[in-house]
Ligand binder design. Structure first.
Ligand SMILES: Cc1cc2nc3c(=O)[nH]c(=O)nc-3n(C[C@H](O)[C@H](O)[C@H](O)COP(=O)(O)O)c2cc1C
Length: 210
């Protein structure tokens, strides 16, 4: 065997495992960036094809019994988006801030509906869908917030929906500074703001493993 062959193979092996480690880190980085934004830049307009790319993840994700009963209404900047804005609640844990701040309102939305009566399995599908779409948006350089606090009756009537809306995903270019803060299980999980930074407490690993 030629001199240095084994050393070369070892170096190739360790460099490929370094590469796979760095891939893993980039998924972690995506999770870290994938925060809930309640303020967006007005100079960036989300186009319909961007929402379609985000919704496209639903053609690849898990679904209980592979039912795929979720349906998606895409809403870009305009009167319909203004209507949604008036029928959602953002930042309910910081009521004194009346989020979103004027001039940072979200302008594009994905209304997630179920085409059959809601069940536990469909709610799990909903969570997988929302998280997958949010991660896709983050990968695209956009940001989101999942919204369950919305006026369902008004949304159904305005959009003449034939299926039940379960959640709304706001999409845009985030205009907030958001940081994760590691906490113990006995500390408050309420998000808070200090000097314009939005802190999101997350319970540390040791405290979530049984
Ligand atoms: C099921 C679900 C419903 C949510 N509904 C709302 C909502 O109605 N309004 C809102 O401002 N945020 C809503 N959020 C965002 C959460 O408040 C947010 O995930 C939490 O504060 C943690 O922040 P993070 O997403 O940056 O980790 C919702 C999130 C989830 C998962």
């Amino acid at each position: 065997m030629a001199d240095g062959y084994l050393e070369k193979r070892m170096e190739e092996f360790s460099s490929s495992s370094r590469k796979s480690t760095s891939k893993h880190v980039s998924l972690d980085a995506l999770f870290e960036k994938n925060r809930s934004y309640r303020g967006y830049k007005k100079d960036f307009v989300v186009k319909r094809d961007m929402l379609e790319r985000i919704v496209n993840v639903n053609t690849k994700i898990a679904s209980g019994k592979n039912q795929q009963v979720l349906r998606f209404k895409l809403v870009t900047k305009g009167e319909d988006a203004d209507f949604i804005l008036n029928n959602i609640k953002l930042g309910g844990m910081l009521p004194e801030l009346h989020l979103p701040y004027e001039g940072t309102e979200p302008e594009a939305f994905i209304i997630v509906c179920t085409s059959v009566p809601e069940t536990k399995i469909i709610d799990i599908d909903l969570g997988i869908s929302l998280q997958s779409m949010s991660l896709k948006a983050t990968e695209m350089g956009l940001n989101c917030v999942m919204i369950c606090a919305f006026n369902k009756a008004n949304i159904v009537e305005h959009f003449d929906l034939k299926c039940e809306p379960l959640a709304i995903l706001a999409v845009g270019k985030g205009a907030e500074n958001i940081k994760l803060k590691q906490i113990s299980v006995d500390e408050s999980r309420a998000y808070y703001r200090v000097d314009g930074v939005h802190y999101v407490p997350k319970v540390k690993l040791e405290d979530i493993i049984l």
